[in-house]
Write a protein that binds this ligand. Sequence first.
Ligand code: FES
Ligand code: FE
Length: 463
Amino acid sequence: MLTPTSPTLADGTRIDDLVNLATREVQMRVLSDPEIYELEMERIFGRIWVFLGHESEVPNAGDFVTRDMGSDSVLITRDNSGEVHVMLNMCTHRGMRVTTLDAGNTQIHTCIYHGWAFRPNGDFLGAPVDKEQMHGKLMSKKELGLKRARVTLYGGLIFATWNIDGPSFEEFLGDAKWYFDMLFLRSDKGLEVLGPPQRFTVRANWKAAGEQSAADGYHTLTLHRWLGEVGNYKKDDGGAADLSQEMYGAEVSSPHGHALRCIDLARKIRRLTGKEPNDLSLEEKLLALPPPGMTPEMVPQLKKHLSDGQLQVLTWMPPQVGGIFPNVLFGFVYIPQADGSVLGSITLHAYVPRGPDKLEFVNWILAEKDAPQELREKMRKQTTRLFGTSGMVEQDDSDTWPHMTLAAKGAQGKKMTLKYQAVYETGKPAGWPGPGIVNEGFTKDDTQWNWWLYWRQLMNGEL
Ligand code: FES
Ligand code: FE
């Protein structure tokens, strides 16, 4: 189906031409084309809800951090009333950055150029040499405040959008919210970051990482096969494990490009308890294998915050990896330990666009606020070893994305396609209580294909 309003690129190609709905192919040039990149900054990062961080990064009045929302630097602050704000990090005088720091605490943000000053909520306070009225008489002080984004806090996660009157955050999550609530709204006190995020630059287009985060389980078998050979999943006898077992479960696709890989816990529960999961009550399963980052003592909190259906999924095929459109990966992963126990890792990645062939990988490690200190420390160490800058897993991933981006620049390469032709034909697992587009079986391409369909809709300006 062609869209009448589909934008046309300089060479006459329409956005519609880039995504072939019949053959489930995407033109490789999307991974390198500067014109497409500029359109994405407007139509995707300029319009939808963008993940920027966690409110525990700015716990006190006056705290601030700077982040990137698409191609714009933004200032995230907490004001004296406790409210979190997201504002364009650009002085309203002549466009200097309001702050050049990554983080800090201040009650007054003073621009270093001519000294215009702003409150943590973005209000313009005044300019030096006040008696000369250096901000002029044409605009009131009220009009000279920083440009504010619309903000939502979801389980402490900070999302913002420039689309002030656009869809609510709940609408943006859609059916996927039922699953994300199991991760981010499951406890009394919620999650917090374990220190500032790690950040590093990868010479790759942001979508190479973004579409992978939409639940590409397939690559784990090959790119990350060391996990089964020398890593945490290797067999007790030292032999290589068949990782394809980990690729079975259910996958949740979303019309808004979100994706969740729900992996069957049966084998882990069997190993931990020596019993068949079906012979155990929901409570027994939760106590034997609490969700990543929780202890048996915290299990009553789950029952307080989640529905019976959510608890059923949580003890059966819980979401472990997936993405929030367009550029966030979450991991709530159960990692086997050498002593036979299981230790959770909780991580969030943002793949921040830094140009058509560059992204900044931002990695947060999280834990429950009221989890025991010993557990938090173990999680921090394990998650650092596996994910992020020094993590073994993403050294693999961040090796592929630059090669794909380079390939997409080739005169021949840019005419080739990305393919998403492995299609589920199964539907929901029998008795699945959750909403949305759910398919059971070995990981397929549906979640990533839905990611591209939403990308196409946004780029066409349909939403
Ligand atoms: Fe900020 Fe002039 S640009 S005070
Ligand atoms: Fe990976």
